[in-house]
Write a protein that binds this ligand. Structure first.
Ligand code: ADP
Length: 296
């Protein structure tokens, strides 16, 4: 009845050796199982019990964990290598040249900052993922929510020569949110938009109310649009994964950990919202997310 050759040969081996056999078998790319074949005797007749256990999910988690660890060590290796180079250059004589020494120290400080940020973001991500972050939900007005992130990032936009435009209608309903967490989402999106937009470009933040279907409450949809370098189509969903950076060759000099959007996605989903992106390479990107409206 079974045509799968690995299953058949497992059973044949069990018959030949008279002992239980265990093997992990990939039945298809989406189905990974563990098979146990056990012989038994009853009233002189020989039989075999075959137990097939679906381990697809377990394996997916194992692969994720492996990728995560290899990404993490890769991401730490770069700043560490750079830090080592700085220390060696100083040891080899740069200390005697104060202007150069100062430059190298600044570079060392940058690398330490990058690693610190990465560790902070990892801690944050692991707390969010393990459900340790409790949201303190309160009704909040959109205009006041965006104020803090906008003020924080305005100097950066000015330095980058990027115009920051805000279009939040005054009559939007209040949303039910954890203020600091949502401000963090907005900060991450604005920060990216500014970072990936060349001088002379613009970043526009807007919001609108959207009536959801009959059985769902209405929501506010927030958009951060930029006229920056854009994201290739295949990367649009992947940028929300941990450590994922689109097109490393173009974005290498921008710094960053690849964790910001992953954190943003978790926080938005914890609020019951969704987050997604649209983009055209060379034209710009739009990031959208939704927040539930506070009922009166
Ligand atoms: P980081 O910005 O720290 O690298 P993120 O998780 O915030 O990490 O973003 C992941 C990647 O998504 C970035 O490295 C970049 O390749 C891409 N990306 C995010 N936002 C934008 C944007 N507005 N324009 C172009 N690329 C973007």
């Amino acid at each position: 009845m079974v045509r799968h050759h690995q299953l058949i040969s497992l059973w044949q081996r069990c018959r030949a050796e008279g002992r239980e056999q265990v093997e992990a078998i990939e039945l298809s790319p989406e189905l990974f199982v563990q098979v146990v074949v056990t012989p038994f005797q009853e009233r002189g007749a020989a039989g075999y019990v075959v137990i097939i256990q679906d381990l697809t999910q377990v394996r997916r988690l194992q692969v994720m964990r492996r990728d995560f660890i290899s990404n993490l060590s890769h991401e730490l290796r770069t700043p560490l290598a750079s830090l080592r180079a700085v220390v060696e250059t100083l040891q080899e004589g740069a200390l005697a040249d104060p202007p150069a020494a100062e430059r190298f120290l600044r570079q060392a400080e940058n690398e330490v900052n990058t690693m610190t940020q990465m560790v902070d973001e990892l801690t944050e991500l692991s707390q969010i993922e393990s459900g340790q972050v409790r949201l303190r939900l309160v009704p909040a007005e959109m205009a006041s929510l965006v104020e803090v992130p906008l003020e924080r990032l305005r100097p950066q936009a000015e330095r980058a020569g990027v115009a920051l435009v805000v279009d939040i209608p005054g009559d939007l309903p209040e949303t039910l949110v954890d203020v600091e967490r949502v401000q963090q989402v907005i900060t991450n999106l604005l920060h990216n938009a500014i970072k990936f937009t060349p001088p002379g470009g613009s970043v526009r933040m807007s919001a609108a109310q959207r009536e959801a279907g009959d059985d769902r409450a209405s929501e506010v949809i927030i958009e951060v649009h930029d006229t920056g370098i854009g994201i290739p189509k295949d990367d649009l969903t992947r940028v929300f994964e941990r450590f994922y950076k689109s097109d490393r060759a173009r974005t290498r000099d921008k710094g960053g950990t690849g964790l910001g959007l992953s954190i943003a996605r978790h926080l938005v989903e914890a609020h019951g919202g969704r987050i997604w992106a649209k983009s055209k390479v060379g034209k710009g990107s739009s990031f959208f997310f939704t927040l539930p409206v506070a009922s009166d």
